[in-house]
Each structure stands twice: as structure tokens, then as C-alpha cells.
Design a protein around this ligand. Structure first.
Ligand code: ATP
Ligand code: MG
Length: 411
């Protein structure tokens, strides 16, 4: 295979797709900043342990999907497959525990060695948020409301469903785990080889398996709901009441679990039926044990991340830039004046294109081709009186304008 191609599962983002991705991130940033979140940028690679020790050693990401490499100093490094572990690592290494709560958001590339399909890439972009240091349901409500406002602002609230579940606290999870193991043991022969191993190491992971045979077993598995203790039930009720109060529609999905080890209590996803099998556009949950597990003390956390490409694919409207203004010199002798005027107009905030070469006719054709709204035509005779012609390319109307007045005229 030619090495002058992009690597499988990676894409060049440009034109409309890039504009849409940019809009998703700009919209997201604007919204979460209203809620007091500040942007953080962590390195794209971390020590491998940051992920391997914290995402769970039987998770899909850790077992199959990480891009690990040894650098020249012999360190094992990994291109980040997700954002939370790196942000929490940064939270701890920068001593941010001193000033809780901490609210951060990020946007950037993630890397997973997956089978490429529509909406599933090996390099993709996530926009995500993390709220650290609030252990009450207010945080869950706020963070979900923010996700909802985000998709709403993209015009997608009608396309997307909020699904939610509770995995409960440690005690509930232990109780559930016991019931689940008993059930899976009864169905041992029907499980995939991977899930047989998971049953030993981390039975909860079987719930998240994508193998058909496992899915069939999971269909009748015990529900978390029946193992939640009173505290966990009341926590979950408060979250749902909060969403009700905000008028945010959701569907409690008893089968919703998340693929990573660190989740507890609330887990949620925003899903759509418009992207085939890759229907989850945003996913998140509470991770109260993660900071402690990473050595940062008992600080609770909750967050979500969205797939920027998946959300972009749902956007119908191309976000077009304002129509440009074309600056056109008549004859080579006015070229410099054209450059000068274009510079002046751009500094005044206008979007300006120069039709770089050719005679007047050719340049006018180019101006139409780039969909310019107006042309500023610079001819020698007029220039002697410090004037240029401004032509409206939609109506064909034109008028002579003093150079000092063109900004005003065009705005
Ligand atoms: P899936 O079940 O689709 O594999 P996941 O549980 O692995 O998703 P998360 O780790 O929760 O996904 O990531 C959050 C979001 O990031 C997903 O909901 C999705 O929108 C996006 N995402 C995850 N993996 C990819 C990928 N390989 N390509 C594109 N987007 C992705
Ligand atoms: Mg995945």
C-alpha cells in the first residue's frame, strides 16, 4: 500500500465537515463556559499506566484499542484514548484539590485501534467536561442539563434521546455483582470466550459486551435497579426530579451500563437512531472512585464526552461564511492600490477576496464564482479623483464612491 495515503481509520477534515466540527466545539465551549467550566489542554500522550490502571484492565479500550509505543528513552507511552483519565491526572499533578469544585472542559483528538466504520474512527475528536468535588445530585443534574442545552443549541434536541440509569454506590454494586455472577454462571456455556474471562476478572463488563451471544444472555440478566440500596435509590430519584423540573425528557434505560470501570451512580447517554450502530453521540457518568484510585484523595467526579464527528454528521445545515467582497483592479497599474484597499477593508472586519489575475472580465467571473456580494472596482480615471466603483453583484447596480467612504458603504 502506498505510504502517501492517510492511515486506515483517519480522515482529513476540511471544507464543510471541518466547519461543522468547528461549530460543534464552538457551541459546546460557549455553553459550558456559562456554567463556569474552563478549558484545559492536557498532553495527547501520557504514561501508559494512566490509562491501563484506571480504565479497567478488561475494558475494550485497554485490552484492544490503545495506541501504545515506547519512546527513545524506553518509557511506555500511549496516545490518549479518552479524556477523563488525563484530566484527572492533571488535576492531581497540579494540586487542584486545594480549590474545589473544579470544572474543566476539553476538546481534542483521541485514538483507538477500532474497526473503522461510519462514525467509528481510529482518530476522532471528543469535546468533554469534568466536574470534580461535588458529591450531590445537583452536579449530575447540572452536567446533564448542560449536555442537553448543547445538543439543543445545535438544533438536535428532536433527534436525540437522553437515556439514564443508576449503577448505585459501592455497596449496591457489590450486591449487584453477586447476583450477576450467579446468573452468568448459570449461563456460562452460552457466553463468548472473552466474557468467560470477564466473568473471572470483572463480571460487570459482560453487560457491555458487543458479542451477539453475550447480548442474548444479558437480555435477561438481573437489573441494577433491584440491587440499589436506599441511599442510591434516593440519589437517583433526586437526579430524575431535577431533570423533570428543568423539563428535560429522558428515558430510564435499565440496560445502560458504561464500558469503563470507574463509573458509579448516574450514567447517561444521548443517543440517536440516525447513525446506525454508532448511535451514541454523547456519554458520561459519575466516577466517585477514580480520583482516589489515581492517588488524589476522596474527590468525587462526574463528566461526559461527545463524539464531535458523530454530532457533526447530524448537522444538516452547512454553516456558510458571510459572502466575501471582491476587490478588482482594472489594469496592472492599479494592482498595488487593490492590495491596499483589500488590507484596509479586512482590518475593518470585512471578508475580502482578491481576484488575483486576469483582465476585468475574467476577474468579474471569478468574483461571481466565489459568490461575492459586491465588487470594488479600481480604475485609473476614477482613482485620480480618489474614487472607486462599488458594484452590487446581486442586482448589478453600481455607484462611484470616495475611497475614504468605502468601509462605511460596504458595512
Ligand atoms: P461505542 O459504544 O460507540 O464504542 P464508547 O462507549 O466506546 O462508544 P465513550 O468512550 O463513551 O464511547 O466515548 C464517548 C463518545 O465518543 C461516544 O459516545 C462517541 O460519540 C465518541 N466515540 C467513541 N469512540 C469513537 C470512535 N472510535 N470514533 C468516533 N467517535 C467515537
Ligand atoms: Mg468503544
Amino acid at each position: 500500500m502506498s505510504k502517501m495515503q492517510n492511515v486506515r481509520g483517519t480522515y482529513d477534515l476540511y471544507g464543510e465537515a471541518k466547519r461543522k466540527a468547528k461549530r460543534v466545539i464552538a457551541e459546546g465551549s460557549k455553553i459550558v463556559e456559562k456554567y463556569g467550566f474552563e478549558e484545559i489542554e492536557t498532553p495527547i500522550f501520557e504514561f501508559t499506566e494512566v490509562f491501563s490502571r484506571n480504565l479497567g484492565d478488561t475494558s475494550d479500550i485497554v485490552t484492544k484499542e490503545m495506541y501504545c509505543f515506547e519512546d527513545r528513552g524506553g518509557e511506555s507511552l500511549t496516545l490518549r484514548p479518552e479524556g477523563t483519565a488525563g484530566v484527572v491526572r492533571a488535576f492531581i499533578s497540579n494540586g487542584m484539590q486545594q480549590n474545589l469544585p473544579v470544572k474543566m472542559y476539553y476538546a481534542g483528538p483521541m485514538f483507538r485501534y477500532e474497526r473503522p466504520q461510519k462514525g467509528r474512527q481510529r482518530q476522532f475528536t471528543q469535546f468533554g467536561v469534568e466536574l470534580l468535588g461535588v458529591d450531590t445530585p445537583q452536579a449530575d443534574i447540572e452536567v446533564i442539563a448542560m449536555a442537553y442545552e448543547f445538543v439543543e443549541s445545535l438544533g438536535l434536541s428532536g433527534t436525540v434521546t437522553v437515556e439514564i440509569n443508576s449503577l448505585g454506590d459501592k455497596e449496591s454494586r457489590a450486591a449487584y455483582r453477586e447476583k450477576l455472577v450467579a446468573y452468568l454462571k448459570e449461563n456460562y456455556d452460552k457466553l463468548s470466550e472473552d466474557s468467560k474471562t470477564r466473568l473471572e476478572k470483572n463480571p460487570l463488563r459482560v453487560l457491555d459486551s458487543k458479542e451477539e451471544c453475550d447480548k442474548a444472555v444479558v437480555e435477561n440478566a438481573p437489573l441494577y435497579r433491584d440491587s440499589l440500596n436506599e441511599a442510591s435509590k434516593s440519589f437517583f430519584e433526586k437526579v430524575l426530579k431535577g431533570l423533570d423540573a428543568l423539563g428535560i425528557k429522558y428515558r430510564v434505560n435499565d440496560r445502560l451500563v458504561r464500558g469503563l470501570d470507574y463509573y458509579s451512580h448516574t450514567v447517561f447517554e444521548l443517543t440517536t437512531d440516525k447513525l446506525g450502530a454508532q448511535g451514541t453521540v454523547l456519554a458520561g457518568g459519575r466516577y466517585d472512585g477514580l480520583v482516589e484510585q489515581m492517588g488524589g484523595g476522596a474527590v468525587s467526579g462526574i463528566g461526559w464526552a461527545c463524539g464531535v464527528e458523530r454530532l457533526s454528521m447530524l448537522l444538516e445545515e452547512d454553516v456558510s461564511l458571510p459572502r466575501p467582497i471582491a476587490v478588482i483592479p482594472v489594469g496592472d497599474e492599479n494592482e498595488l492600490k487593490a492590495i491596499e484597499i483589500a488590507y484596509k477593508l479586512r482590518k475593518a472586519g470585512l471578508r475580502v477576496e482578491q481576484a488575483y489575475s486576469g483582465n476585468l472580465k475574467k476577474r468579474m467571473m471569478k468574483a461571481n464564482k466565489i459568490n461575492a456580494s459586491k465588487a470594488v472596482i479600481i480604475g485609473s480615471d476614477e482613482l485620480k479623483e480618489n474614487k472607486v466603483t462599488i458594484k452590487d453583484l446581486s442586482t448589478g447596480e453600481q455607484k462611484s464612491v470616495m475611497i475614504e467612504n468605502i468601509v462605511e458603504e460596504l458595512k
